[in-house]
Ligand binder design. Structure first.
Ligand SMILES: Cc1cc2nc3c(=O)[nH]c(=O)nc-3n(C[C@H](O)[C@H](O)[C@H](O)COP(=O)(O)OP(=O)(O)OC[C@H]3O[C@@H](n4cnc5c(N)ncnc54)[C@H](O)[C@@H]3O)c2cc1C
Length: 415
């Protein structure tokens, strides 16, 4: 086997890994996609399905550490830290706080904007080459506010987006809001509408459709768990639950678990998980016209198939604690009070692990072992949105071509 290593292994078959394998294949490489479970088995399965190219602001906004304690004290609030995880998350929170300093925040917004512009163009390329246009809904997004004060506080964000050329319409009455989305509580007095936003009809099916395309073109997949990797002189050795593999290059797209593999080659990356919850209803009694974001409550409502999904929240609870589905119930209760006609019986609850770095930017980067091991993880709330763009950048790195975006802000060594 030493004489015939695999060309390139992609670890993780979420949306990042699947898109990467497909792009590598399109560039003439022969990837082997590996996942311990299957295609879209984790976070890429249950997300809200949004391609949110306008979401350029990191979570660590200036002043967030003043507002966070209030959220943490609210048991129904959008942010929670289980007491047993509070100490473990402290170093990440410190980095998060630093990332909220004005200069770092501005730097992150600039980097994210450049990446988003690339990702939007890359998505259209991916869609036209490999995707199914029937799986994309171009219906915009409505971000809702209760009262003029909350809306005014959000103005810097809307102004920035407008200055960057993002098409936005600001609405200042329940009547204007009802013209876009009827049936909402009149306590939502203000909103920002982003017509250019779009969603997939189902993120799991979208990922599976790309994986099918990859397989139909001869792409290989193996259900294996990778427990170790070691760079050797002319190959990388991977230890799997079914024996060893050798490969010339490897891309780590293992979502919220990626740092565990990076640590095996000596890279310490402060990846944490922002656990998120949702409930999916196979059918719905309301006619959702657009993707709804309840800005002050940290959750969204989106169409999935012929039903809908209500989800969001951030729980900084690590990879091992059991889910607390009370958080999903709270979101549904709130949604029902915001849209009284909603039938909320028979939903399916889910928790997913957003892979998150403190500065809300992903790692798209060669590893400390050079470009024989490439990292593509940490996309936080935006993995679906940034999947096609990330895949192109990873393929650039793997092919030793000039990446289309300056990757310094996304370097593994930036921490
Ligand atoms: C509630 C919620 C809503 C969201 N909504 C959106 C949205 O609307 N739009 C958006 O862009 N993003 C959204 N996100 C974020 C998005 O889902 C993630 O950023 C994205 O799915 C991450 O994809 P990934 O491929 O990196 O990770 P994953 O999908 O988690 O895939 C990683 C894969 O790696 C595998 N793996 C891990 N370790 C190993 C190992 N050692 N060996 C083999 N395999 C391994 C896992 O089995 C898994 O399949 C949301 C997230 C949540 C939780």
């Amino acid at each position: 086997m030493t004489n015939n290593p695999i060309d390139i292994v992609v670890i993780g078959a979420g949306i990042i890994g699947v898109s990467t394998a497909l792009e590598l294949q399109a560039r003439g490489r022969t990837p082997l996609l590996i996942d311990r479970e299957g295609i879209a088995a984790e976070t890429s399965r249950g997300n809200a399905g949004a391609f949110a190219f306008s979401e350029i602001e990191p979570l660590a906004t200036p002043g967030i550490m003043r507002r966070a304690p209030k959220w943490l004290l609210d048991p129904l609030g959008p942010l929670s830290i289980p007491p047993s995880y509070a100490l473990k998350i402290a170093p990440w929170m410190l980095r998060f706080w630093r990332a909220s300093w004005a200069d770092r925040y501005d730097h992150a917004v600039t980097a994210q904007t450049r990446l988003m512009n690339h990702c939007e163009a890359a998505f259209e390329r991916q869609l036209s080459r490999f995707g199914d246009a029937n799986m994309i809904r171009r219906e915009g997004q409505l971000e809702l506010y209760e009262g003029a004060r909350a809306f005014e506080q959000a103005q810097p964000k809307w102004q920035r987006r407008s200055d960057l050329g993002i098409d936005v319409t600001l609405l200042t009455s329940p009547g204007d809001i009802a013209e876009i989305q009827p049936g909402l509580s009149r306590k939502f007095t203000h909103a920002g509408f982003t017509p250019g936003w779009f969603n997939t009809t189902d993120p799991q099916k979208w990922t599976e459709s790309l994986a099918r395309r990859y397989a139909n073109q001869g792409g290989g997949f193996e259900a294996l768990e990778i427990s170790d990797l070691t760079p050797r002189s002319d190959h990388i050795e991977l230890v799997t639950d079914k024996g060893k593999l050798q490969t010339k290059q490897v891309v780590i797209c293992a979502g919220a678990w990626s740092h565990r593999l990076a640590a095996k080659i000596g890279d310490s990356i402060p990846l944490e998980t922002e656990r998120g919850y949702n409930t999916t209803f196979e059918h719905t009694t309301v006619d959702l016209k657009t993707h709804l974001t309840f800005a002050q409550h940290g959750f969204v409502m989106s169409k999935i198939g012929v039903g809908l999904r209500i989800g969001g929240a951030v729980e900084l609870g690590g990879l091992d604690l059991p889910p607390n589905y009370r958080r999903a119930e709270i979101l549904v209760q709130k949604a029902k009070s915001f849209m009284p006609e909603l039938d909320v019986s028979d939903g399916t609850q889910w928790m997913g692990y957003r892979p998150s770095l403190p500065d809300s930017l992903p790692v798209i980067s060669p590893s400390g072992a050079g470009d024989r091991v490439i990292y593509a993880f940490g996309h936080g709330h935006l993995g679906l949105t940034q999947s096609a763009g990330t895949a192109e950048l990873v393929a650039d790195l793997a092919m030793r071509a000039n990446p289309a975006v300056d990757l310094a802000p996304f370097a593994a060594t930036r921490f």
